[in-house]
Design a protein around this ligand. Structure first.
Ligand SMILES: NC(=O)C1=CN([C@@H]2O[C@H](COP(=O)(O)OP(=O)(O)OC[C@H]3O[C@@H](n4cnc5c(N)ncnc54)[C@H](O)[C@@H]3O)[C@@H](O)[C@H]2O)C=CC1
Ligand SMILES: O=C(O)[C@H]1O[C@H](OP(=O)(O)OP(=O)(O)OC[C@H]2O[C@@H](n3ccc(=O)[nH]c3=O)[C@H](O)[C@@H]2O)[C@H](O)[C@@H](O)[C@@H]1O
Length: 435
């Protein structure tokens, strides 16, 4: 099939390359010239395991190309819109400027019979609104909404083999045709038995934001338990194991620590709250404000813990392990690690931070911090070692060897990902979060 992908960021670049991997002819389009130059040369503009391989495969086979020229969308019959929907600067809502601009440009080139497929995460009601613009400008084209559930770090695998596919389509024959075309786009996943949910626009949009809201709530739930565990001497990791054995609850996404960050969960729950308020149903999801507050309290808690352990922050040397919002990504959007490192430095601590992939992004965002190329370099002469992003490179560190490098054997495990017994046996003061 002939596909265009408009917006080639963390979502769109992976989607374009994965579609070419599935055998489609794909053109990826973005307004960012540097990104398009890298992608055209077969280079991933960000770290994502598996992406370089599918990019290389696609560009070499001739099935995948990239351009800044939106007119190239004419060569395709199915157009995926994957531009950003960040939080607005002065509130909680999603900034829809990029989606609106992308649709306006695309509609200049859409042909009769084309299928336009929204992938960006949007406030419920957006697709119905955009369907009106499509009908006005190119009545022969159809709009579908096909939200994306991929996780960074597993993005290629999640795109090729998703847990489920959701198609929001209009009623009637047009909707049936749209669903048939999407089944062809995802033919290998459909053949493998992936559940496909065909529904209306509003449900499709809501599935996406409610899935992220549920995941965020699960994390904040366990972090709330961590707050209670901290004052009672209970161990939140054992608690999570114990409740997680109940299949109705499940152990995944019950890891307490510094909480969730990234370009999606934080902004998506805020945008959901803002949209619910607009709809006069703010009360229905008011709990999400609490989910957000619990989450942000974890970041403050870590800063307080360093202060408490060191008797102040001024001049305290802190080796920070991790800058990305989670391992296997270089993404620092709303990263708890970067925010904690910056807050410690602002309060007078001498921070040296490292990350296997995110140092360059972090340096651009926070040039005032000192960065190291390795964990060993970051923790040298440290009074406190602070592990915030649980990369295997950090969780696998040998406490004896690291102990030789630091000024004091004090470790704060912001992700409860180290073995406390092992670190204590090597003479370390170990502090987890809620354990
Ligand atoms: N990053 C992720 O893991 C996932 C993201 N999403 C959603 O996907 C959307 C995109 O997210 P990311 O890829 O993370 O954002 P991003 O910021 O990495 O990428 C957005 C891209 O859109 C481009 N763009 C902006 N305006 C444009 C226009 N008018 N025409 C063409 N390109 C334009 C930007 O230059 C940028 O490269 C968001 O709605 C996000 O919530 C959904 C699931 C997963
Ligand atoms: O809409 C999106 O963009 C995506 O958002 C999340 O994916 P992602 O942001 O890549 O990362 P997650 O693996 O969900 O982790 C999010 C944050 O939660 C934190 N987390 C995760 C799990 C856990 O138990 N505890 C915890 O604190 C992670 O460290 C990270 O900071 C969702 O998992 C995806 O399904 C969704 O498509």
């Amino acid at each position: 099939m002939r596909i265009s992908v408009i917006g080639c960021g963390y979502l769109g670049a992976v989607h374009a390359a994965a579609m070419a991997h599935l055998g489609h002819d794909v053109v990826g389009i973005d307004v960012d010239e540097a990104k398009i130059a890298a992608l055209s040369a077969g280079r991933a503009p960000f770290f994502e395991p598996g992406l370089p391989e599918v990019l290389e495969e696609g560009t070499r086979s001739g099935r995948l190309r990239f351009t800044t020229d939106l007119a190239a969308a004419r060569e395709a019959d199915i157009h995926f819109v994957a531009v950003g929907t960040p939080q607005v600067a002065d509130g909680d809502a999603a900034d829809m400027r990029f989606v609106d601009a992308a649709f306006a440009s695309l509609l200049e080139h859409a042909k009769d019979g084309d299928l336009i497929v929204g992938k960006s995460t949007v406030p419920v009601g957006t697709a119905a609104r955009l369907a009106e613009s499509v009908a006005a400008k190119q009545p022969g084209a159809t709009l579908a909404w096909n939200p994306e559930f991929l996780r960074e770090g597993f993005a290629v695998k999640d795109t090729v083999s998703p847990d489920r596919l959701v198609y929001g389509v209009p009623e009637g024959e047009r909707g049936e045709r749209a669903a048939r075309l999407l089944d062809e786009v995802y033919a290998s996943a459909v053949a493998a038995g992936t559940p496909v949910i065909v529904t209306d626009y509003a449900t499709a949009e809501l599935v996406k934001v409610s899935a992220n809201a549920f995941l965020a709530t699960k994390i904040s739930f366990i972090n709330a338990m961590a707050e209670i565990a901290e004052v009672t001497g209970a161990d939140v990791t054992k608690l999570a194991d114990a409740i997680g054995h109940d299949a109705r609850i499940g152990r995944r996404f019950l890891n307490a620590g510094v909480g969730f960050g990234g370009g999606c969960l934080p902004k998506d729950i805020r945008a959901f709250s803002a949209r619910a308020r607009e709809l006069g149903r703010g009360e229905a999801v008011q709990f999400l404000d609490e989910v957000d507050k619990i989450n942000l309290r974890r970041r403050a808690r870590v800063v307080d813990l360093v202060r408490e352990i060191s008797g102040g922050l001024d001049g305290v040397r802190v080796g920070v392990l991790g800058l990305a919002f989670k391992p296997h990504s270089d993404d620092i959007r709303d990263s708890p690690a970067l925010e904690i490192a910056m807050r410690l430095a602002d309060a007078g601590a001498i921070v040296t931070a490292t990350d296997p992939q995110a140092v360059e992004n972090a340096r651009r965002r926070a040039p005032q911090l000192t960065f190291a190329d390795s964990a060993e370099e970051a923790v040298r002469d440290a009074d406190v070692v602070l592990l915030i992003t649980e990369w295997p490179e950090f969780t696998g560190l040998d406490p004896e060897a690291v102990g030789e490098l630091v000024a004091q054997r004090v470790v704060i495990d912001g992700r409860n990902s180290l073995d406390p017994e092992r670190w204590r046996a090597a003479g370390w003061t170990y502090r987890g979060l809620g354990r």
